[in-house]
Design a protein around this ligand. Sequence first.
Ligand SMILES: O=P([O-])([O-])O[C@@H]1[C@@H](O)[C@H](O)[C@@H](O)[C@H](O)[C@@H]1O
Ligand SMILES: [Mg+2]
Ligand SMILES: [Mg+2]
Length: 267
Amino acid sequence: NAHIICRTRDFCFVLNSKEVRLKSSPADLVTETDQQVEKMLISAIRRKYPQHRFIGEESVAAGEAVELTDSPTWIIDPIDGTVNFVHRFPFVAVSIAFTVNKQTEFGIVYSCVEDKLFHAQRGRGAYLNGKPLCVSGQTDIHRCVVVTEIGAERDDLALSTMTSNICRLLRLPVQGVRALGTAAVDMCQVATGGADAYYHIGMHCWDIAASTIIVLEAGGVVMDTDGSEFDMMSRKVIAASSSAVANGIAQVVQADSFLGDFSRNRA
Ligand SMILES: O=P([O-])([O-])O[C@@H]1[C@@H](O)[C@H](O)[C@@H](O)[C@H](O)[C@@H]1O
Ligand SMILES: [Mg+2]
Ligand SMILES: [Mg+2]
């Protein structure tokens, strides 16, 4: 059994995960808590906004389509970092983004154990527990700490793509490569300036939708891993403190062979 006690100034609750089940791979886990948190969020929002649409990780796992339309849409990852949650590794987040006309209006990432609430609204800046955030501004790739994720895939192609990308970055060299086990919190490190860049191949829109606007509003840049325009549904992202750093990572990271197997945002 895993449990985490979440405290904020206003509330305290215990998340219990009684049953751990596998999804797409032996490292892609789901607990009752993931499902309950998602249900709780969707039903509370739906009560207030009955016309709005939802893309929720666990609803998609249960068979719902992943379809981002122009309608107001809430993109929810009820627990980002479920493997951490199950093992009590202390980086676990709830991630919520809201889009209209496919444009993200605001994003919230709550890193539960750290009690850190990141949020950003389009054009209004990014904040951590109410204090403004700013990226590091680093432009030299050789002086960067880069965050990425190992991911849940365990097939040979995915593993060799992931490890060779990390090796290529280390050979540049960069000053460090880190992975916290939650894409949402990883990416928020770029918004704080604690990391200079983040890249990920194979994540889903719910992992990074909220943290994308948080990085952008903190003055960062976001692009596809091939250097083209960012597409939230493409399962590839670079977030960085500057275009120079983002382009430096795009030149090194390769996604093609791996992503050949991916359809867009399939659960
Ligand atoms: O499943 P979940 O815990 O919400 O999300 C997880 C991510 O945030 C993690 O960083 C990534 O490596 C995993 O592949 C998975 O996508
Ligand atoms: Mg996730
Ligand atoms: Mg999740």
